[in-house]
Design a protein around this ligand. Sequence first.
Ligand code: HEC
Ligand code: HEC
Ligand code: HEC
Ligand code: HEC
Length: 207
Amino acid sequence: MKTTTFKKYLLGIFSLLLVFFAGWTAYSEQGGVIQIYKNANTPFDDAKSIQSVLAQPADTVLVRTRYQGGLFRTETRKDKVERYKCSQCHNNKSVSVARAADIAHGDIKLDHGGREKPLSCFTCHNKEERDSLETEAGVKVDMDHSYQMCAQCHFRQLKDWVGGAHGKRVAYWAGNRVVKSCVSCHDPHSPRFKKRWPVTYSPPFKK
Ligand code: HEC
Ligand code: HEC
Ligand code: HEC
Ligand code: HEC
């Protein structure tokens, strides 16, 4: 009987210590809730200092387009593109196979630009350095920043995207705002969404 109460005492003291330690680590931890709370009282100079307080979301890059709301981020793409790096194969070695492009990229169906002015592969991809994209003016664009390449033709959608009216926000509101990139939603090769029926009809009204 006595030993069990003693054990209960020990357990009680042990859990008290545990709670104390957990609290202390949360308190002293940089960037923890308490830290953010404390920092909330110090005024920010600009969006950059907000960035240093909030945790950096993984797999994102700072968008290079300026915006009155400050800096914001978009998801990286190079880690999601299956055949990146393109230079694994596009390395200036000659290809002896016939119809090699069909074999390598037969899955890509280009349907972009309409019947009168269809785009070609090299409207967007850099011919010499296949890892990069390119604008029609010949400016190289990093694949993580493909929105810059889309922007040359779809400047209205870009403006809406920058302001947050087109696309989707993934995390935060200010400073570290993270949004989906154009190509997270639109297949660059066939960007129009297919028309489709609703999965189900509305159930009939019950009287
Ligand atoms: C597994 C090898 C391989 C990888 C990886 C690869 N390619 Fe290719 N690609 C080829 C081959 C082979 C051809 C046809 C020969 C040629 O044009 O050099 C080709 C052709 C092309 C063409 C020309 C198509 C045409 O119809 O003329 C483009 C554009 C292209 N690749 C873009 C890319 C891009 C962009 C990437 C990276 C995201 C990439 N490729 C990755 C093998 C590859
Ligand atoms: C409107 C611009 C545009 C055109 C035209 C275009 N591409 Fe692309 N392509 C892109 C972008 C942007 C990406 C990167 C997509 C991403 O981030 O998911 C890409 C990705 C690719 C990839 C990598 C796909 C993967 O997931 O591995 C290949 C291969 C490729 N393109 C080949 C081609 C070929 C071949 C053509 C011509 C038949 C072509 N592209 C035409 C913009 C374009
Ligand atoms: C060189 C110019 C050019 C570039 C670069 C370009 N597009 Fe397009 N895009 C067009 C044209 C032209 C159309 C056809 C417009 C139409 O049919 O009304 C089009 C159509 C579209 C559509 C369908 C519009 C609709 O009415 O449903 C989407 C979505 C789209 N593009 C997204 C993109 C994305 C995303 C990128 C970048 C990866 C991109 N485009 C790059 C010229 C371009
Ligand atoms: C979260 C997903 C998402 C993102 C990110 C996104 N779009 Fe769209 N986009 C859509 C949807 C949904 C539509 C409406 C399609 C429809 O009505 O069939 C659309 C429509 C369009 C159209 C057709 C014209 C219009 O305004 O309705 C173009 C062009 C276009 N987007 C380009 C872009 C470009 C360029 C970017 C990046 C700067 C981008 N989109 C980012 C989902 C997205």
